[in-house]
Every structure is written in C-alpha cells, then in structure tokens.
Design a protein around this ligand. Structure first.
Ligand SMILES: [Zn+2]
Length: 298
C-alpha cells in the first residue's frame, strides 16, 4: 500500500466541520476520581443532553450534517446518545472512551477495548485524538479495531496520508505550502511551539475561533473555495453551549495543555460565529469526504 497519496483531480472545495463532543464530566480530573456512571450522571444533571439538543437544532436550522467525535463514555451515561446524533443524519466518530491522552499503546488499547462493542455496533469509522495529540505506532491499533480514518494531526488539509491503513486528514493550518513527506512527520503534530513554527496558525483548532473571528475564517474558506482546497475545522460543544454549573467543575484547563491564562480563548462563546459559518458555507461529513476520495481512486 502506498505510504500516502495526494488528492489529485478533486475539482471542488471541501469543508469539514467536526464537533468534539465532551463535557466536564469527561474531564481528566473527574475521570481520575473513578466515579460510578450514576454519580457522573448526577453531576452532569442533564446538561449534556440540553447541549446536544441545542446544537442539533442549530445544525438542522441550516440543513447541515457534520461529524461528531464523541467521548464514548457518554453513551454509558446517556444510553441512546449515539443513536440520537445518527438519527439526525450526522456521523459519529470516536474521541476516545474517557478523553485520556492517547499517547501510548497501552492506554490506546484500553480505551479501544472499552469502546469496542459500540465501535462495532455503530460501524464507527473515524477518530479524532483528544487535544490532537497522537502517536505513529497507534495507527495499526486503530486499524485493528475497525477504524478507517483519523483527523489527529495538524497540517495541510488538502493532503491525505495513509498511516498503516488509516487515512489521516490533517486539521487545517495557515501555511498551505506545508507538504512534508510522511516519513518526515514527527509525532505528535499538536500545538507545540516547534510545530507552530512549521505550520503557521493552526486555525482548524477551535482554540482560534474566538481569537481570529468569523471574518478571518470566512476569508480562509473563500480562498479555499477558489483554489479547490480542503479546510478541516473542529469545535467543541462547550464553546457553543455551556452552563455555569458545569463551568465550575470544568477542570482540564488547570492540568491540560493550556494552563491559565492561555485557556482564555476557550471561554468565549462562539455560537454566533458557528451560525455565521453554517449560514454561508456547506460542510461535509468526514466519512463522505473519505468515500469521495476513494471513488476518485477507482
Ligand atoms: Zn476533546
């Protein structure tokens, strides 16, 4: 199998918008507490379902179907949540079981084992690593558990890589000439200072939505439209809908990649911008994008 391929002959722009769906109860700190499913459900108090309802309605309003990468533990807490998302025409992908950092084989296998029955039941194809932090040796494991594609590195979204049988769609960066040989890619390709120098602004990350604003994004999408390029963005449900009660127990910012005050851009609600982009551009589910590229290959 080829190590990677560039998309050739795609004559239309493709805009991917992914929703990393998770809540405070899937924060790493809360996960460490090892609370029972019932206790987690009490802590959440239905807020996740309200957020989901709100977001599904907005997407429906603009007639858009997208990919939700969800923390699979949510299905244990709220059985039926995957089906609910699917029933609205969206794709569901895997965002880990507990939102742990997936940076070694042991933890990845554990999380895959905890999710496997659901991956199989719902024929889950896609994966987005928490914090876009993944490791190269993890791809064969994803493949073994039946997954097909991933979006877990930053890079040129118009490139599509093939790592051990898993297609990798990079999350968009501003340096569109960045086009490394896959052998030169050193993992993780996350938001480290070294990567930022190479990649430019990783505007595909929802971290930048509130900092750069809708005009910046519209410009990026307009240029991509002209040049038939792919743009791959992700956003979190909690940037669109949040409850004060849940904000109080949202603890990852203190132990995660973005220590305060760097976490600040994440605290600004970007629902208006979300609606603005939905009203102006048509977005594609990742699985449809993969299928389209595969059809060009034949
Ligand atoms: Zn996440």
């Amino acid at each position: 199998m080829r190590e990677y391929f560039r998309k050739i002959g795609i004559h239309k722009p493709n805009f991917l918008l992914c929703m990393d769906f998770e809540t405070a109860i899937s924060s790493r700190k809360i996960h460490q507490e090892n609370f029972s499913i019932n206790k987690l459900r009490d802590l959440d108090n239905g807020d996740t379902l309200k957020a989901l309802e709100t977001i599904l309605n907005i997407l429906k309003k603009y007639n858009q179907t997208i990919t939700f990468f969800i923390v699979f533990k949510l299905e244990k807490i709220y059985p039926g949540i995957i089906n609910k998302i699917l029933s609205h025409g969206h794709e569901v992908g895997w965002h880990g079981y507990s939102h742990s950092f997936l940076n070694d084989k042991f933890i990845l296998k554990k999380e895959l084992d905890e999710s496997y029955s659901l991956i199989k039941k719902y024929n889950i194809q896609g994966f987005q690593a928490p914090n876009i932090t993944f490791f190269k040796a993890g791809y064969p494991l994803l493949k073994r558990y039946g997954l097909r594609y991933s979006s877990s590195i930053y890079g040129n979204s118009s490139a599509l890589y093939n790592f051990d049988g898993i297609l990798e769609i990079p999350v968009s960066v501003s340096n569109s000439s960045h086009d490394p040989d896959p052998k030169e890619i050193s993992f993780p390709v996350n938001l480290s200072p070294v990567n930022l120098l190479k990649l430019g602004i990783p505007f595909g990350s929802s971290y930048f939505w509130s900092l750069l604003g809708h005009k910046y994004y519209s410009k990026k999408l307009d240029i991509a439209k002209k040049e038939n390029r792919t743009v791959n963005l992700f956003i979190h449900n909690w940037q669109l809908y949040s409850s004060n009660r849940l904000n109080k127990i949202r603890t990852d910012e203190r132990i995660g990649l973005f220590a305060n005050p760097l976490f600040y851009p994440y605290k600004i609600n970007v629902m208006n911008m979300f609606e603005n982009l939905l009203s102006k551009y048509k977005f594609t589910r990742c699985i449809d994008y993969i299928k389209m590229i595969k059809s060009y290959e034949k």
